[in-house]
Design a protein around this ligand. Structure first.
Ligand code: ZN
Length: 281
């Protein structure tokens, strides 16, 4: 499931092709993905200029000059493909099957932007002018917002007996984090994912806030370099190789200097947590 850095990478990859472009043609090839798509989606998008392409949490928002926005979520397997005559060298990964191309936009520059989603957990919806959207209404601050501070986190976690892992996955507390970057942030901060949220002191929360930002910045930077590589060969955006330090490393040595521990997997609320019992307390 793409988290904030993957969605931000997709946004940056689409930006030069979509922001400021007019959607000359829009095709919606099925009535639903995870949920039904708006029946007037094609009509609203056709002829509209995308005035800005934004990200909120794990969502992409394309603001339209006629008012309102298109809201996208990549789901589990959603990909954005950028293809066009002017994009020499781009080719489609043979594993990305055209049968799963669900929404296809062609800009006035002749670039085709395709939303391909094999598992169909993604979504496309419209936010009407002057309205909000229920999926965005209750989101907490972005990790890079000035309002996301150690004091904010302390106030939100005060008295909570919820494990810190679950608290950081709660999009109402902080937006955009998922299983991967929560595991990585807690490892960097040396905090046991089972620690009760309300019991973590402000000094440790300060360290944690810094590491959350660092881990996301590192992943966005990795996405950026993968984007440059992809541009040489493929129009596919959305997934790239990371070097995780704890996520998916069960049984492997802890990478913290001098630790000597072994990464362990536990299950919290039905989801895997990876951590080092020796240096995460
Ligand atoms: Zn360790």
């Amino acid at each position: 499931m793409p988290e904030l850095p993957e969605v931000e990478t997709v946004r940056r990859g689409l930006l030069p092709h979509l922001e400021g472009a007019r959607i000359a043609r829009a095709e919606v090839r099925r009535p639903d993905l995870r949920w039904p798509m708006p029946p007037d989606l094609v009509q609203v998008m056709t002829g509209a200029v995308v005035t800005s392409l934004r990200r909120r949490s794990k969502y992409l928002l394309a603001d339209l000059d006629r008012g309102g926005s298109v809201l996208w979520h990549l789901g589990m397997s959603g990909r954005m493909l950028v293809e066009g005559a002017g994009l020499a060298g781009f080719h489609r990964d043979p594993g990305v099957i055209a049968r799963h191309d669900h929404v296809v936009l062609t800009t006035d520059a002749g670039t085709t932007i395709t939303f391909n989603d094999a598992r169909r957990f993604g979504m496309v919806d419209l936010i009407r002018e002057g309205e909000s959207h229920p999926l965005l209404d209750h989101l907490g601050p972005e990790p890079f917002d000035a309002t996301f501070t150690p004091d904010y986190l302390a106030a939100r976690l005060a008295g909570r007996r919820l494990p810190i892992k679950q608290a950081l996955l709660d999009q109402k507390i902080i937006a955009g984090l998922g299983n991967i970057y929560v595991s990585e942030s807690l490892w960097r901060a040396g905090i046991d994912p089972r620690s009760l949220s309300g019991g973590i002191d402000i000094a440790r929360l300060t360290v944690l806030v810094g590491h959350i930002r660092d881990v996301l910045n590192d992943a966005i930077a990795a996405g950026g370099s993968s984007l440059r590589d992809h541009r040489q060969a493929s129009g596919e955006l959305g997934y790239f190789q990371h070097s995780f330090r704890t996520y998916d490393r069960e049984g492997q040595p802890c990478l913290r200097d001098g630790c000597g521990g072994t990464i362990t997997r536990i299950v919290q609320s039905g989801r895997s947590s990876f951590y080092c019992p020796d240096c995460q307390r």
